[in-house]
Design a protein around this ligand. Structure first.
Ligand code: FAD
Length: 334
């Protein structure tokens, strides 16, 4: 008995790639595409296959046109309805599901943002598939890598579901280039699902400094700062001298030294800037979970045995009340 030779591995891989079709869920705010959400397109590129972008909201045309220019996207599905402006997961999930069913997508990818985190598990439940959250790498079309136990273990998970609903860690997938593409734009289906949740209002923290989640440089302060006044007096001039965003440990936030939105760590923001410079932070595992992927970690602490020095590329043992102003002064003189 002779069997026909099978396809070569390369041929079968590209045949598979042709069958994959990803839907990247793109975020918008006030009629502007959120470029942070373009990491979903990068993840879809890693998978291979066709890439469609999804946007929804009132007067969505401008956002859809902006998204159509994103490198790698072949088609944009846009739903024009102001009911989706604020990204309420209660009506956005059924909207997305209807469009997934119509488009026959194999992978649905969103950022692991506040929006993606509350939307995608609902989508997975409605599709009766397993949600795959906060991935940092893609091994193949069904195998994904995700940190667990606050980053202390790395799990490789495999899904046999026919549709994979995935959120990606923003620091692991850089945003796709915002230009170079010329996708077609198509109207999506709008189920106009009833929504028992009403958007009432929001209070956004306003800051002239760079956004903590996406900043290239972050300076972060901990309990060692001792008070809000000292946190502001010591850390803010350093941030300004470096053009950096400000972060804080949970101890500093809980003690009222810094705003909740500045918390870095397991229960705060996950950041991976080029430079993470921290002072008066011991380096608890829950803090490291939010910053240990930073390119260069610099730490100032008076305790030479502080665990932060185990992950720091550059360490300075000393009193932050002397060292930080000294550093700020030197930076300002440059
Ligand atoms: P400390 O641990 O008290 O450290 C202060 C440091 O400042 C010390 O190392 C000390 O040597 C140094 N210091 C003091 N004075 C000076 C000085 N004059 N000059 C130089 N150095 C000085 N923490 C987070 O940060 N983010 C999270 O998201 C987070 N999530 C958590 C989730 C859970 C479920 C739990 C249980 C904990 C979480 N924590 C989180 C808390 C975490 O365990 C630590 O308690 C916290 O990170 C400690 O903050 P800290 O380093 O500022 O304070």
């Amino acid at each position: 008995l002779r069997t026909k030779p099978g396809p070569t591995p390369v041929a079968s891989l590209s045949a598979l790639a042709r069958l994959l079709s990803s839907l990247a869920v793109l975020e918008q705010r006030d009629g502007k595409l959120n470029h942070g959400s373009l990491g979903a397109v990068t993840a879809a590129k890693k998978l291979g296959g066709s890439i469609t972008g999804f946007v929804a909201g009132g007067n969505i045309k401008a956002v859809a046109e902006e998204a159509a220019k994103v490198n790698g996207i072949e088609k944009i599905i846009a739903v024009d309805n102001a009911a989706y402006d604020k990204g309420l997961p209660e009506n956005f999930a059924p909207l997305l599901v209807e469009n997934i069913k119509k488009g026959g997508f194999t992978h649905i990818i969103a950022g692991h943002t506040a929006f993606g985190k509350s939307l995608m598990p609902r989508v997975a439940a409605l599709l009766d598939v397993q949600q795959i959250s906060d991935i940092t790498a893609i091994e193949d079309e069904k195998t994904f890598v995700r940190p667990i136990y606050a980053g202390n273990a790395i799990a490789t998970v495999e899904s046999s579901d026919n549709i994979k609903t995935i959120t990606i860690r923003g620091t692991a997938f850089a945003a796709a280039e915002a230009d170079g593409g010329s996708a077609s734009i198509e109207d999506g289906v709008d189920p106009k699902a009833e929504c028992n949740t009403e958007w009432v209002s929001e209070n956004l923290a306003k800051s002239d400094r760079p956004d903590l989640a996406t900043a290239g440089k972050v300076v972060s302060g901990g309990r060692g700062l001792k008070s809000k006044e000292e946190f502001d007096r010591i850390m803010l001039p350093l941030a300004d001298a470096l053009g950096a965003a400000v972060g804080a440990s949970r101890a500093a936030v809980d003690s009222g030294y810094a705003d909740n939105s500045l918390q870095v760590g397991q229960t705060g923001k996950v950041v991976a800037p080029q430079l993470y410079l921290c002072a008066g932070i011991s380096g608890a595992i829950q803090h490291l979970a939010g910053m240990k992927d930073s390119k260069v970690i610099a730490a100032i602490n008076k305790d030479a045995d502080a665990p932060i020095f185990q992950v720091a590329d550059v360490g300075l043992v000393g009193d932050l009340f002397d060292k930080v102003p000294e550093l700020t002064e030197k930076l300002n003189k440059q």
